[in-house]
Design a protein around this ligand. Structure first.
Ligand SMILES: [Zn+2]
Length: 226
């Protein structure tokens, strides 16, 4: 009998442990990467783990019309010495190539890339202004909002914590004229999302809040109070 009681106690402890782990896994504060991604690849083209959360976002364009598969060929091939945290295709789908907790080989500067989440956006035209599709741009707004929320970035400031490749290296025109001209709009819309709480990312976390019930520690509550 004693053995049975001990076993039940052991089983309950184990069950409690499992519940605790599953609640932890669902907590967005523990999440290292965006939940907006449709595909995850695991590129080794990385500087390794960051010492602290990223405080900047650096925008790049692909310099071509690239699918996620094509991006994977480039970003997961060590000889190219290229990668990015996220890649957005011309359908607006987001793929993760390097975990957000690691610095990706994107901007040609270890210091900058270790401090930033880097995003490569596929063009939908080759050359000219290097346009990107409206879908890609909408995804970029949502992804940047999500990155800010999870990394406690209160506001984006163009030229400070919102950067484009050409700001770091005057020899490149990346991310092309079209996206460069859209940067003030990106900055304004992400900041508006962060202030007003109308974006889809917050809705997703709201759903999470409702689903997780008592297990949720409430850290995200103030974000939705407005
Ligand atoms: Zn670039």
């Amino acid at each position: 009998m004693k053995n049975n009681q001990a076993f039940i106690l052991f089983a309950l402890t184990l069950l409690q442990g499992c519940l605790y782990v599953s609640a932890e896994a669902k907590n967005p504060l523990q999440a290292e990467s965006s939940k907006l991604v449709s595909t995850q690849f695991h590129s080794g083209n990385s500087y390794g783990k960051r010492a602290k959360k990223p405080s900047n976002i650096i925008i790049h364009h692909c310099g071509g019309i690239l699918s996620h598969e094509k991006m994977k060929e480039i970003f997961c091939d060590q000889s190219t010495k290229r990668s990015a945290t996220y890649g957005i295709d011309q359908e607006g789908k987001i793929a993760e190539f390097v975990e957000e907790s690691r610095g990706a080989w994107t901007s040609g500067s270890r210091k900058e890339d270790m401090n930033a989440v880097t995003i490569e956006v596929s063009n939908n035209e080759n050359g000219n202004d290097w346009k990107v599709s409206d879908k890609s741009f909408e995804s970029l707004v949502n992804l940047c909002t999500d990155i800010c929320l999870r990394n406690q970035i209160q506001e984006l400031k163009l030229g400070e914590n919102l950067l484009i490749h050409s700001m770091l290296n005057e020899e490149t025109e990346c991310p092309g004229k079209y996206l460069t001209d859209k940067m003030p709009e990106l900055e304004r819309r992400v900041n508006q999302n962060l202030l007003e709480g109308k974006d889809s990312v917050k809705k997703e976390y709201k759903k999470f809040l409702n689903a997780s019930g008592d297990n949720f520690n409430g850290c995200w509550m103030p974000v939705f109070s407005g």
